[in-house]
Design a protein around this ligand. Sequence first.
Ligand code: ACO
Length: 324
Amino acid sequence: MTRRAVIEGAGHYLPDRIVPNSEFEKTLDTTDEWIRTRSGIERRRFAAEGQTTSDLALRAARAALEQAGLVPEDIDGVIVATSTPDLTFPSVATMVQKDLGMTHGFGFDVQAVCAGFIYALTTANALILTGQANRLLVIGAETFSRIMDWTDRSTCVLFGDGAGALILGAQDGEGSNADRGILSSDLNSDGRYRDMLYVDGGVSSTGTAGKLRMQGNPLFRQAVEKLTSTAETALAKIGLSGPDVDWIVPHQANIRIIQGTAKKMGLPMDRVIVTVQDHGNTSAASIPLAMSVGVAEGRIKPGDLVLSEAIGGGLAWGAVVMRW
Ligand code: ACO
């Protein structure tokens, strides 16, 4: 018998306000056509004034609990992947824990920017496999609209707000790749790439939240190479390769990065869940959002082999392989 962290439910929440590319044409030297062809993004959601990351996270958590047929009493802990917390502290996770009415268990945040959900899933898997917890709520939630420089056309058209959540529960498997649950993961970071993607403010430097800065083109080239390599490493750890995968659920930053990575792995685009056109880049929320959409649309089904990969500020990148 091998203990596994199995996906028991998925849910998501998107703020009401839909912002089409054409909105940016009014204030910036940009076009719907440029944004669509260079990034694949057609629209994104922005949180309402006063709506915080924990508000989005809570709604995604409730949706995942409902989908799993579970209640907060069934959950041992909450992990939130985010780079845009409501406050410097306490964590978003403890806010969600309180709002769910949980006075038991634990909560903490994970910060690995767009790779945050991969890091959070890997952490949750380790906590479950070592018996620290039997059931965890793992959330990716962001309000990147709060750290945009609205005069910088090369970044502000790319990001959106949202949240997605998974529930992972302990189950016994046979120790083979046929088991449901997380089967493998691969984590990487390299701080030498810091200037490629960062926020120019923070608690111990400027005392402000800062704005996102990105060298898009060099990052693009790093992304395709590093995403393919981490995905192949995560699969190779369990003796699998690209063609074994039923669904890639990638980080949704740019359709051309998603297409390039799928092509390098030998997988057709009809086996990739793509939501970037509707959500933009929601950083750590993008993977659980896309997973929840894939489940709700009846595409991802129990038993499917799902590969997720992401790269973001740090640079930090990684991949997780799971059988749904
Ligand atoms: N509208 C019109 N023109 C624009 C815009 C815009 N919104 N933004 C940039 N341009 C211009 C540039 O100024 C440049 O003009 P120039 O040639 O006169 O200098 C031209 O378009 C081409 O710019 P590039 O940056 O070379 O365009 P590229 O094809 O690389 O696409 C993009 C840009 C979409 C940003 C792409 O590089 C990308 O997606 N990069 C990776 C993003 C990513 O993966 N981020 C990681 C995760 S994010 C996270 O962790 C928070």
